[in-house]
Design a protein around this ligand. Structure first.
Ligand code: HEM
Length: 510
């Protein structure tokens, strides 16, 4: 009995010692450094935790919490997130100053722990990779080959095919008088549009693509999880939430599937039996690039490039489409106005092609207004301050995390009248071209790292929205019709999603 008590006390003693050591360790290594005096203003940090405790209740809407802080402390705010100093910027002028004027100091992405999983940080161009040595080469491949205007034209039949399939599904729901989970249907369609453009395969017909979709879902969920390691990098080797661990497994499985598809395609190419027409999908383009640039581009780069194409494209575009539908269903007069525009230009319930979009200014205005109010990446991607720099008289220390709050910028009262209201008309008749308008918005980032998929995203969103609105009338579920439970609240993951997926009844227009 005495022996048993001894062991018990011994274990208690060790546990106490262990936790005391960790506390002292964190205290020593995480206390704010002496530069705090010249930092931009912000809430007072606690020892060890900094401002984490205040942020915690707002963890699913940090963009709103940061916007609130900006109202109290001004457009540039500093926070202590554990052992990390974060600087949050909330006005277009300051965003321009850091992302354009001082681009070289702010162009590196912050090395979030999840992104290091399976060396993604080394082999990818981004959007999440902080320091790929091949960034320039890969970025050029994206902009001149994979996502060029010419390639988007060549790939449009993939998007039309998936659009037709979505319409078929919605028509069937209309016939059976059942509601459509719009959020899910749009996610599936965006994924299939991108997958089909890359592989000429989709999740309806190929089990490999279904597996890829599940793995991508897992990856997006893990990357969107708040990770304590990003606030206390000292915990990196422990990976307490196992986020990096799970991501590594997902990546291994995903890259094996990519390899199987690549092997099949290489066999076809060797036998000169191209699986599809010349350059009819991006896989062929990528394999040609690898052949031409053997010394620069390896199989690892191809894996991470495919992961980026899928990850960057599917969730961002589908969430924007869902927000646009939600706004229109909540604003029936705008919905009718859009139907009238399309009826006049394209014809009632006729298929809207991408070539029609330039003739549909109201559709374009709705897309822009949605991107303003509901930016898919509301905090863009955090950057790392590469060297000490003064901005607005404040010291931004080397190594700090820079966050640009695109959500707050889109609602900046100095730039936008009645900023919280969905009002697409504000974009009609504007002298500014699309690119200049987005310079005011920052939804797609800015500077050299601006989203390389922006033109594709705009095509996809306009195509889907135009067709869903011209071919169907939409009725919200009963409670939503009464104005009850029409939930427009948002939730931050890696993208900004609707807390409740949009569900509505379609009625076929004829
Ligand atoms: C509504 C849709 C989209 C939004 C809101 C969006 C937003 C963004 C943002 C905010 C960035 C980071 C820019 C920065 O840090 O300054 C980014 C980068 C990127 N996006 Fe998009 N994106 C969208 C669609 C797409 C699509 C469809 C693709 C391609 C299939 C794509 C591919 C990329 C790539 C490759 C990068 C990395 C660029 C680089 O680091 O050089 N995006 N995007």
């Amino acid at each position: 009995m005495i022996e048993y008590m001894d062991v018990y006390i011994y274990i208690m003693y060790l546990t106490l010692l262990f936790f005391s050591a960790i506390t002292i360790f964190l205290f020593c290594f995480t206390k704010p450094k002496s530069y705090t005096k010249s930092l931009p203003p912000g809430p007072s940090p606690l020892p060890i935790f900094g401002n984490l405790m205040a942020l915690l209740p707002h963890i699913s809407t940090p963009h709103k919490y940061f916007a609130k802080l900006a109202k109290t402390y001004g457009p540039i705010v500093s926070l202590q997130l554990g052992s990390i100093t974060a600087i949050v910027i909330s006005t277009p002028t300051l965003a321009k100053q850091v992302l354009h004027k001082n681009h070289s100091i702010f162009s590196t992405l912050y090395d979030l722990d999840a992104i290091g999983a399976h060396q993604h940080d080394e082999f990818s161009v981004g959007p999440l990779s902080p320091k790929s040595p091949k960034w320039k080469i890969l970025r050029k491949i994206y902009s001149t080959q994979l996502l060029s205007e010419k390639m988007m034209e060549n790939m449009k039949f993939h998007r039309y095919k998936k659009m037709e399939e979505l319409m078929g599904y919605v028509r069937k729901c209309a016939l059976d008088n059942i509601s459509v989970d719009v959020g899910q249907a749009l996610f599936d369609t965006s994924f299939d549009m991108i997958c089909s453009s890359i592989f000429s395969m989709d999740s309806r017909t190929d089990s490999k693509i279904t597996e890829i979709k599940d793995l991508m879902n897992g990856i997006i969920t893990e990357i969107g999880r708040p990770n304590i390691v990003d606030c206390y990098p000292i915990l990196k080797p422990i990976d307490p939430q196992r986020i990096r661990h799970r991501l590594t497994y997902y990546c291994v499985d995903l890259f094996n599937l990519f390899d199987e598809i690549i092997a099949e395609r290489l066999t076809c190419r060797e036998e000169k039996l191209r699986c599809s027409d010349v350059y009819s999908d991006l896989m062929d383009v990528i394999l040609d690039v690898v052949e031409e640039q053997k010394d620069e581009i390896t199989r690892d780069h191809v894996h991470h490039l495919l992961l980026d194409l899928l990850g960057a494209g599917m969730d961002t575009t589908s969430k924007t489409m869902e927000w646009a539908m939600a706004e229109l269903l909540g604003n029936p007069m705008m919905l009718t106005k859009l139907q009238q525009e399309i009826d006049k230009v394209v014809g009632k319930a006729k298929f809207v092609f991408e070539s029609d979009i330039s003739e549909l200014p109201y559709l374009q205005a709705i897309v822009k207004e949605t991107l303003r109010l509901h930016p898919a990446a509301p905090l863009l991607l955090p950057r790392k301050v590469e060297q000490d720099i003064q901005i607005q008289g404040y010291q931004l220390p080397k190594g700090a995390m820079l966050i640009v709050n695109a959500w707050a910028i889109g609602r900046d009262p100095e730039s936008w009248a009645d900023p919280d209201t969905f009002y697409p008309e504000r974009f009609l008749g504007s002298e500014l071209d699309m690119k200049s308008q987005f310079l005011k918005l920052f939804t797609f980032g800015a500077g050299k790292k601006i989203c390389v998929g922006m033109p594709l995203a705009l095509r996809m969103i306009s195509l889907v929205l135009g067709n869903l609105i011209t071919c169907f009338d939409w009725k919200l579920l009963d409670k939503q019709n009464l104005g009850v439970e029409y939930d427009m609240s948002d939730q931050y993951g890696i993208t900004l999603k609707k807390t409740k997926s949009l569900c509505a009844y379609p009625v076929t227009r004829s």
